[in-house]
Design a protein around this ligand. Structure first.
Ligand code: ADP
Length: 480
């Protein structure tokens, strides 16, 4: 098994990957936001200092005494340079001839910048009337510089304010370090936490699979544990349990089917064996005796083959492999032919057959299977009736409805919903006595008949049954 074959590992990786992306996104945004806030704060301060300087210089020069003094302007600028002293902002003033007029004393400034360097900067920018703020680096140090031109008493000066960015960069570096340490730490914690939590969530699955592994045909009644039936795992366990219930039920049905089938076959086999043993123990039996024994054996063998044939039909139907070869046929033909084959047995028993079959009932069906369905119903009706059996067939709502009714004693109400079950017989001793070569008398006739109706997209039901008789109804849809 490869490491990524484990859902637990894959889930943890996904979780940590997504978290890493989110953290990267937010830390980058935070870093760039802080950077740009600091940047614009510096720019604002530079502009404010420049403005304050200009105003102070012009203010210092305002009195008459200065106007008469040739060095008045320069003095005013020098005084302004002292007045507008900021710790981290160094001020340079150059005359129109690019000569340094004044520079503030920022000896405390770690990255002090010389007047020559400032003059060089001024030369580079060319000097014009617009104020501009520029970024430059020197010996690995970065600075921001404001350049502007101003006038005091008709004389033009260039003002240069330099601000080293060291403090800002140190702060950003610190933030970056904090991120570089906390993000991987957070990811390490998240991966352990995620692994632990996912493992905890997967534990019930492991338990379920262990339990499922232990369930075999022998203990199909056991169920998976359901901790919380409303969460996903609980629902999965419930689905699994319902599947187990269905399997259990069909397994039970199969077992019952096998037991019933062997029981059904045991009786005729026992009769055949008993007859054979009795015949063999007695010597010198007459031909008539032998003939009787053989005829009993033949009857039982016939019964056995019918049971086996019925079982075969049902087991193939269960497996979905029963061949239903449908073709265009007329229902009235199949029904009339079937009724004809019951005429002699009915008249022998003094039972009248009342037939009311409509014409023109085209269907798409398996002729032999439908004949078997009708035979089973007729066979049952003749067997249980007292005086008559009514057979009717007509079209209703694009369906062919066949009804077979009798005036027998009916099926007790509590048994009615079980007559279609396999091997179910209301009165086993009566069922054995078959009238025609249709069913086995093993309680399979109606089960097979129901399957036949359903394999034609139709239905078979017991419409009514009481002490006055029973009515069975088969519905076969007409082709569209
Ligand atoms: P079988 O082949 O043994 O007759 P079926 O499946 O055809 O079995 O019928 C199941 C049971 O339903 C029978 O045992 C029978 O007692 C009862 N039954 C079926 N049809 C009728 C009917 N017309 N009147 C009374 N009982 C009936």
């Amino acid at each position: 098994m490869k490491i990524f074959d484990s859902t637990l590992i894959r889930l943890t990786f996904w979780y940590v990957g997504v978290l890493a992306l989110i953290l990267l996104f937010f830390t980058s945004i935070t870093y760039f936001l802080i950077n740009s806030v600091l940047d614009s704060k510096t720019d604002n301060t530079l502009s404010e200092i420049a403005l304050a300087f200009e105003k102070t210089a012009q203010g210092e020069f305002s009195d008459e005494e200065d106007k008469n003094n040739p060095a008045g302007v320069t003095d005013a600028i020098r005084e302004a340079t002292v007045d507008v002293g900021f710790k981290n902002y160094k001020v340079f003033v150059f005359s129109a001839g690019k000569k340094l007029v004044s520079a503030s004393d920022n000896s405390k400034l770690r990255d002090d910048i010389s007047a020559e360097a400032a003059a060089g900067l001024l030369g580079k920018s060319g000097g014009n009337d617009n104020t501009k703020i520029e970024y430059f680096t020197r010996d690995d140090e970065s600075f921001k510089v404001l350049l502007t031109r101003f006038q005091v008493h008709d004389e033009t000066f260039d003002l240069l304010i330099v601000h080293p960015l060291e403090e800002q960069e140190t702060l950003l570096e610190k933030i970056a370090y904090v991120f570089l340490i906390t993000v991987p730490l957070a990811l390490i914690f998240a991966s352990f936490g995620g692994y632990y939590l996912a493992g905890k969530s997967f534990k019930p699955i492991a338990e379920m699979s262990e339990k499922a592994e232990a369930i075999t045909a022998r203990n199909l009644h056991e169920r998976l544990p359901v901790e919380n039936e409303y969460d996903e795992l609980g629902r999965l366990a419930n689905t699994f349990n319902r599947l187990l219930s269905r399997l259990d039920m069909s397994f039970e049905q199969q077992k019952r089917f096998m037991a019933d089938a062997s029981h059904e076959l045991r009786t005729p086999v026992a009769i055949v064996r008993g007859e054979a043993e009795v015949s063999l123990t007695k010597d010198n039996r007459g031909t008539a005796d032998y003939r009787e024994t053989i005829s009993i054996m033949q009857k039982e063998a016939e019964r056995m083959s019918k049971v086996i044939e019925d079982l075969f039909t049902l087991s193939r139907a269960d497996a979905g492999e029963n061949p239903v070869s449908k073709q265009s046929v007329y229902l009235e033909d199949i029904l009339s032919d079937t009724v004809k084959s019951f005429r002699s047995i009915a008249s022998k028993r003094g039972i009248s057959l009342q037939i009311n079959i409509d014409d023109e009932m085209p269907i798409f069906a398996d002729e032999q299977l439908l004949a078997r369905l009708f035979s089973n119903l007729l066979d049952n009706a003749i067997k249980h009736t007292k005086s008559f059996v009514k057979i009717s067939a007509k079209i209703e709502n694009e369906n062919c409805i066949v009804k077979i009714s009798d005036d027998g004693n009916g099926i007790p109400a509590e048994e009615q919903n079980r007559v279609f079950d396999r091997f179910y017989r209301v009165d086993p001793s009566r069922s054995r006595e078959k009238t025609q070569a249709t069913g086995s008398g093993a309680g399979l006739g109606l089960a097979i008949s129901k399957w036949i109706a359903e394999s034609h997209e139709g239905t078979l039901e017991l419409i009514s049954s009481d002490t006055n008789g029973s009515i069975f109804g088969a519905t076969i849809p007409m082709p569209k």
